[in-house]
Design a protein around this ligand. Structure first.
Ligand code: ATP
Length: 322
């Protein structure tokens, strides 16, 4: 059975601009989005800032009415069967809000259990299981104010699961979390699938999407531009290989020149401390390393390497195509 089904979802917002002469402007945040998520699947929705991910999720979790189109969660319409949908879903938005800082993790979960109507007989066992699942057993009596961001986010996930929903929406859960915390959070997200949940995840971290997602939809300016398994998306783009060159003090003009070499699709500069790493994405079969190094004459160069394209390379190409 399909867990989530979106059919030609659209949402426009009316915004007002200008201070003296205010004019209304229509923003098309989501422009005809369709996809299906099977039960037990971990589905990723990826896209740049403002692409329409949160707006799509808000329509699916009944917080926002679609301007047109339809969506169903476990067969229930998100506009006509709001109660049925809400009983079956949980959601977690990234960021720190939504927990009581002065209360312990346990008291937070007890409080939200009451709020969500978890039967008192079931509360203890359910909270115990969830603490175990998100790796907070043993820390539950500590106040949330002393928790790291990663621990808070895992507690948020436990909160989102209190009423035992089948489908969970995670909107950028790993935002602002350090690498160790993020790894623990990824383990928690993966374990949701092991216990039979269906998950829709948004993230800006491509390796996270690659590691976790069964399927991914890439959304750009309110429209889905590609969909499939991570391997399928990597195969969709024409990036053949990626040359990475460590440089120290490279000038913009040299970067532009490398971008103009035959066979180079794009050049990105990643600042890593004192170093700038040039990420040169090349056409299949192109040999550009020598020409690129010649273009860096006079610049201090560190390691040079070639690697296979990652999901991030595919993503960059998919969202920057014109
Ligand atoms: N309540 C609102 N009123 C007006 N415009 C809005 C509103 N909510 C969202 N938008 C606009 O709709 C577009 C999509 O926003 P949305 O938050 O869905 O993007 P997103 O993909 O989740 O981005 P991010 O990665 O930054 O969270 C943006 O242009 C945004 O400014």
């Amino acid at each position: 059975m399909t867990a989530v089904e979106a059919r030609d979802l659209r949402r426009t917002f009316l915004t007002r601009t200008g201070v003296l002469r205010r004019t209304a402007k229509e923003v098309e945040a989501v422009r005809g989005v369709s996809f299906e998520i099977e039960r037990g699947e971990l589905f990723g929705l990826l896209g740049p800032n403002g692409a329409g991910k949160t707006t799509t999720i808000k329509m699916l979790i009944t917080l926002l009415l679609p301007t047109s189109g339809t969506a169903r969660v476990l067969g229930h319409d998100v506009v006509d069967d709001v109660r049925e949908v809400r009983r079956r879903i949980g959601y977690v938005f990234g960021g720190d809000r939504g927990l009581y800082e002065r209360l312990s993790a346990l008291d937070n979960l007890r409080y939200f259990s009451e709020l969500y109507g978890v039967p008192p007989r079931e509360q203890r066992a359910r909270i115990g299981e969830l603490l175990e699942m998100v790796g907070l057993t043993g820390r539950e009596r500590e106040r949330v104010e002393g928790f790291s961001r990663g621990m808070r986010q895992r507690l948020h996930i436990a909160r989102g699961l209190l009423h035992d929903p089948e489908v969970l929406f995670l909107d950028e859960p790993s935002i602002g979390i350090d690498p160790v915390g993020a790894r623990e959070l990824r383990a928690t997200i993966a374990s949701l699938i092991d216990v039979g949940k269906t998950v829709l995840l948004t993230t800006h971290y491509m390796f996270e999407a690659d590691e976790l997602c069964d399927r991914i939809a890439v959304i750009r300016a309110g429209e889905i531009v590609a969909e499939g398994t991570p391997a399928h998306l990597k195969g969709l783009v024409s990036v053949g290989s990626v040359v990475e060159i460590e440089t120290y003090g490279v000038a913009d003009a040299a970067v532009t020149d490398i971008g103009a070499i035959a066979g180079v699709k794009s050049v990105a500069v990643e600042e890593r401390g004192q170093m700038q790493v040039l990420i040169v994405r090349c056409d299949a079969g192109a040999q550009v390393t020598q020409a690129a190094l010649a273009g860096l004459d006079g610049v201090r160069v560190g390691r040079v390497g070639t690697r296979e394209p990652t999901l991030e390379d595919a993503y960059v190409e998919l969202v920057s195509r014109t």
